[in-house]
Design a protein around this ligand. Structure first.
Ligand code: WTA
Length: 650
């Protein structure tokens, strides 16, 4: 095989059709949505937009497409907060719970749709009172407390775009984002609770704002009662302003293509990109996927997306999706190991969670902690599981399926990106027989194809994942940088969107995501995906998590170096390292056998839990570390470097 594509080695024979029990209650159980969308994808999305959303003025044209610029639901007028709140209250569902919120220390709040509407309207008036107007932008830097979605929704009510900055980021990241978006205000909190202690936020804002001349006001929620400085004239307590604000704030009639928010996604090295999302198309696709991918029965289900609202997953599937559909969901403030490693399972049991959406990195951590943690709780309320953020290794999928889903729940492995705004490739849980590790098929109304280096579609085998048709929630650009927008996403393959993921298609047409193409390894001319080798390592009983990289090698071009975290209770030894190398060889063939397997206590990850293979390559090639600013815990790499060095001496 040439080096034009990514080769495939991993074979997965298991399939899991939806159970009869699941199908009996599922919203969709046949191919009708796929068929409808295949005939006329614009008509399909127009129907969803009209059925799922309430428009002040109906749209005239479904789609205007002038590559790379799309306009969806042209001339349509709507308001996101109206769709998420008012219309449910107007329909008599004001007393329905919107959020069960649980603080890390154990304090709780139950917020109904009418209470949420009241607070959102008040905060919208607060923002107006500070001089913010339609077309402005503000930054939001907050912990996972109810005031975070309240602030976001308040923005949408008055046509201010938000730029949420993940609460774990440093002052520098705040400066970059505030500057780039020219934010006029910042909403924050003194601190948030993490791992049993307050983690400071406002002090970071203070440092950042020394360099942010556009910011006129800072609104501060008092979450942890920590001692912070308040700058006269600039800083205001949230509770003071809210006490005086009117709960009456009519929603602005926004254009379908008005900017809804900016969300920055860090390129691995370059300056973060301000991904632009607009109003009508975004909300349509988010609402559609929320309902059909999670098979959400808004009247009865208790849905939980255990991500952080600071990421796109939280924007789309904690805030806008669940509220647009009008369901009840959970927000949890803290970490999954506080006070014990069963915190998530305790929450699932107490609230009777029906759908749980989390990331492979979390699932592999739960694997490492052991199955006794979930086993202590009754998880029988769960009927569906979801995953997002990275390829899920088949063994992690099986662990999730058995230990959390009790072997009975469909798993929706959802591929999408900050740029796509909403889920793109995923099973439909009442329809699709799933295969562990596969995202299965493009959703109805979505066009995706795997292509080879020259852009020709690959029928069966590996290549590059591209999107072939515009979709409603697609990014509308990179804030302030149209050239970079075209170059990054639309220039590689003519007429197609390409955002850097490798993928393969199997004989049944299933899509398998193979990780970032930058990570693909080239061993003696064979292009091998990191994902497949990692999955083969995780397939071994002793391994909870694995990362592999290609390090420069004099004979083979690159050699595969594996880093593995063992499940708790398993002892590290050189023999085990050897056994793992053999295991990969048996699963995938000798070409994919790692040259070395190093057993490590932890792996370098971004704040959102993605493994930073670039740093592992630096370690493997004995280089100085590149940019480590997005690393969640910098000490991890030093420990790995140490293990790697002692390994070489052995
Ligand atoms: C990866 C998160 C495999 C992929 C919503 C993508 C996945 C990047 C999956 C986007 C999945 C996300 N299977 N890989 N189910 N979901 N990815 O912008 O590499 O934080 O390009 O958006 O995560 O990450 P982002």
């Amino acid at each position: 095989m040439s080096d034009a594509t990514i080769e495939e080695f991993y074979r997965e024979e298991r399939t899991f059709p939806p159970s009869e029990e699941f199908k009996a209650q599922a919203l969709v159980t046949d191919d009708s949505l796929y068929e409808e969308a295949a005939k006329d994808f614009e008509g399909f999305w127009a129907r969803q937009a009209r059925e799922l959303l309430t428009w002040f003025d109906d749209f005239e044209t479904v789609l205007e497409w002038d590559l790379p610029y799309a306009k969806w639901f042209v001339e349509g007028k709507l308001n996101v907060s109206y769709n998420c709140l008012d219309r449910h209250v107007e329909a008599g569902r004001g007393d329905k719970v919107a959020y069960y919120w649980e603080g890390e220390p154990g304090d709780t709040r139950t917020i109904t749709y009418s209470e949420l509407l009241d607070e959102v309207s008040r905060f919208a008036n607060v923002l107006k009172g500070l001089g913010l107007e339609r077309g402005d932008r503000i930054a939001i830097y907050m912990p996972m407390i109810p005031e975070l979605p309240i602030a976001m929704l308040a923005c949408t009510r008055i046509g201010v775009a938000h730029s949420v900055i993940f609460g774990g980021f440093s002052p520098d990241s705040i400066v970059d984002r505030v500057h780039d978006g020219e934010a006029r205000a910042v909403v924050t909190a003194d601190a948030g609770n993490r791992r049993g202690a307050p983690s400071a936020l406002k002090p970071n804002v203070d440092i950042a704002l020394r360099d942010c001349p556009t910011v006129e006001h800072v609104v501060v929620v008092n979450r942890c009662d920590t001692d912070i400085e308040m700058v006269d004239g600039r800083d205001h307590w949230y509770h003071d302003l809210m006490a005086e604000a009117s709960p009456d704030c009519p929603p602005e009639h926004m254009d379908s293509e008005d900017l809804l928010y900016l969300l920055y996604t860090s390129g691995t090295t370059a300056k973060p990109k301000g991904i632009m999302h607009t109003t009508g198309g975004y909300l349509t696709q988010v609402a559609f996927t929320q309902k059909y991918v999670f098979d959400l029965h808004a009247d009865t289900d208790i849905y939980w997306c255990a991500a952080d609202i600071g990421w796109v997953t939280g924007h789309s599937y904690i805030v806008y999706g669940p509220l647009a559909i009008g369901c009840t969901s959970i927000i949890y403030e803290g970490t999954p190991d506080t006070p014990g490693k069963d915190r998530l399972w305790d929450i699932v049991e107490r609230y009777g969670v029906t759908q749980l959406y989390t990331a492979p990195t979390a699932i592999r951590t739960f694997m490492k902690w052991g199955e006794q943690e979930p086993a202590r709780h009754d998880l029988s309320s769960i009927k569906l599981l979801g995953t997002v953020g990275e390829p899920i290794n088949p063994e992690a999928w099986m662990w999730y399926h058995n230990n959390i889903g009790g072997g009975r729940c469909p798993i929706v492995d959802t591929w999408w990106q900050t740029e796509t705004g909403a889920q793109m490739i995923s099973p439909l849980p009442g329809v699709t027989p799933t295969k562990p590790g596969s995202g299965c098929f493009p959703l109805p109304g979505i066009g995706a194809e795997v292509v080879d280096k020259s852009g020709r579609p690959v029928e069966v085998g590996g290549g590059y994942l591209t999107l072939t048709t515009p979709w409603p929630a697609m990014l509308r650009g990179i804030w302030g940088d149209p050239e970079r927008y075209f170059k990054t996403y639309w220039s590689e393959y003519e007429g197609r969107y390409f955002a850097g993921d490798g993928a393969k298609v199997d004989e049944d047409g299933y899509f398998w995501l193979l990780g970032r193409v930058d990570d693909v390894m080239n061993v003696s001319g064979h292009r091998i995906s990191t994902t497949e080798v990692e999955s083969a390592l995780v397939d071994h009983d002793a391994v909870a998590e694995a990362a592999v990289v290609g390090a420069t090698d004099a004979t083979t071009g690159q050699a595969i170096i594996g880093y593995c975290i063992l499940v708790s209770g398993v002892e590290a030894s050189d023999e085990l390292g050897e056994e793992l190398r053999r295991h990969v060889s048996t699963k995938l063939g000798p070409i994919a056998r790692p040259k070395t397997v190093i057993l490590v206590p932890d792996l370098p990850k971004t704040r959102s839990g993605k493994i930073m293979r670039r740093l592992l390559r630096d370690v493997a090639e004995g280089r100085e570390l590149g940019d480590t600013t997005t690393l969640a815990d910098a000490s991890v790499v030093e420990e790995i470097r140490h293990r790697a060095e002692t390994h070489e001496e052995d």
